[in-house]
Design a protein around this ligand. Structure first.
Ligand code: GSH
Length: 226
């Protein structure tokens, strides 16, 4: 069906990841949340990136190395501890800086007040401190010696605002060394490819403004950023 064609195929499972189509009727039929990613496995539809990661690692537990999302009770709980924390912390704060820099000015036709930006940056700083001091401590990865999905989910949140000119890794050698270990484990090529669009995000405002759907998107975005 058209719906299935708009998903990309991953081992028989469809993952919707393309942004901008989330306001279509078709997307609303699969998820009224209207956010990506959305996973569709046969008739089973699942939203929320972290729930999707857990589903996929459990479904393919026979072929996915255990360290990604360990079966061990306490190790798995550590991954979930990070996942629960990050939504309201690292993710919320880094994506706020990202949106303030690339979306809000263009959608609202207004400069961001300095206090708003300073407050957002202060929140990012506190989250990065906690990532270092609580989650990483002196370990190579969040779970210890081996990489897990928690590291992959964490690293992208810090990379998200880099393309807009804010580099959260700056002045943090411990986080830089950890990011480089994650990059090495995933493979440099895959790491660069996965973050390519984000790294080019400084041209997003212009691209968004020139896009054919901007007039239609603007009122929706204005509501979101009010
Ligand atoms: N908690 C959700 C967040 C999903 C989310 O915020 N997705 C963003 C892209 S990273 C999105 O779809 N934004 C489009 C919009 O808000 O219209 C998850 O982890 O999957």
């Amino acid at each position: 069906s058209t719906l299935d064609q708009s998903f990309s195929l991953f081992s028989g499972i469809f993952i919707k990841y393309t942004l901008r189509q989330q306001y279509s009727k078709e997307f609303g039929d699969i998820s009224i949340v209207r956010k990506v990613p959305v996973m569709k496995d046969g008739g089973f539809i699942l939203t929320e990136s972290t729930a999707i990661l857990e589903y996929l690692t459990q479904k393919y537990s026979g072929s996915v190395a255990d360290h990604w999302f360990p079966a061990d009770l306490q190790q798995r709980a550590r991954v979930n501890e990070y996942f629960s924390w990050q939504h309201m912390n690292l993710r919320a704060h880094c994506s706020k800086v990202f949106l303030l820099r690339v979306r809000v000015p263009i959608v609202m036709d207004a400069e961001i007040p300095k206090e708003t930006m300073d407050f957002a940056l202060e929140n990012v700083k506190q989250s990065l401190n906690l990532l270092e001091e609580k989650f990483l401590q002196s370990k190579p990865f969040i779970l210890g010696d081996k990489i897990s999905v928690a590291d992959v989910v964490a690293v992208v949140e810090i990379i998200q605002p880099i393309g807009t000119g804010f580099d959260g890794f700056e002045g943090r050698p411990k986080l830089i060394a950890w990011r480089d270990r994650v990059k090495k484990e995933l493979g440099e090529k895959l790491f660069e490819e996965a973050h390519e669009a984000l790294m080019k995000s400084s041209n997003m405002p212009q691209k968004l403004k020139n896009s054919s759907s901007f007039a239609q998107l603007k009122p929706i975005l204005q509501k979101l950023f009010r």
